[in-house]
Structure formats: structure tokens, C-alpha cells
Design a protein around this ligand. Sequence first.
Ligand code: HEC
Length: 121
Amino acid sequence: MMTFKLETSKKNWQEALMFSMICLAVFASFAPVLSKEKNIEVSGSDLFKQYCSSCHVGGGNAANPTKPIAGSKMLRSIALFQKYLEDPPGHMPYYQSVASNKETVRKLFDYCRKLKKGQEG
Ligand code: HEC
């Protein structure tokens, strides 16, 4: 009688362990999908506010007013824009997390191309 009970509880314990391992595996396989979806929600405007607007409010250039973003030649192609961000000249800072992420660069590119010369805010 006693032995039987012990057998049962051992089996339950093994089942519980199996179950929690399956849960862990399922969670682990979903986690990257969830974090990727979070990235997709960040818009070009959000990225611009976070990384660029301290100097480039409204597409201008507070650090060097002769080189605004709006109407910049660097926006002729996304490849050119990415190259620029990978190795910016003068006092323009380099953001590795921005320049090395194609999706981030594309969103910023789309946003910057909509900026018009002389537009504020
Ligand atoms: C700390 C200030 C600062 C920040 C922040 C900044 N920039 Fe700049 N940016 C500059 C300066 C200064 C220049 C001019 C560089 C030079 O040629 O001397 C410039 C130039 C540019 C140009 C080229 C303009 C031209 O036609 O010569 C582009 C495009 C640009 N920035 C995009 C961005 C983007 C996109 C971000 C955000 C990821 C950003 N910048 C963040 C200071 C900044």
C-alpha cells in the first residue's frame, strides 16, 4: 500500500517536471517573436525623437545650421543614408544600434525624407 503511494507520487513529480520543461520550451520559442513585434511598433518618428531631434529638430541642424536633414543629399538613397550613419562626419554622433539595424535605418530614412526645408517641430 505504502509502496504504491510512493510510486504514484514519484510519477506525478516526473510528470510535473516534464510539463514545466515543455512550458519553458514553448515560452523560449515565443520570446523572440514577442520581442520582435515590440520593435515593429517603434515608428520612424519615435526613433527620430529618441536619437536625432536633439540636434535636428524639425529636420534642421542645431549643431551645424548649414547642414540640415531636410533636403539633404544624404537622403537620395537608403544605402547612402546608412553609409552616412555608419560613419558620420564632424560633430554628428555615431549610433551603432541605429546604423547597424536595417529596419531602424529604413524607418528613419522614410521619416527624414518627409521632412521639409524650413519646417519646425
Ligand atoms: C549631437 C548632434 C547630432 C545628433 C544627435 C544627430 N546629428 Fe545628424 N548631424 C549633426 C551634424 C553636426 C551634422 C553635420 C556634419 C558635418 O558634415 O559636419 C549632421 C548631419 C546630418 C546629415 C547630413 C546633412 C547634410 O546634408 O550634410 C544627416 C542626413 C543627418 N545628420 C542625420 C541624422 C540622423 C538620422 C540622426 C539620428 C539617428 C542624427 N543625424 C543625429 C549632428 C547631429
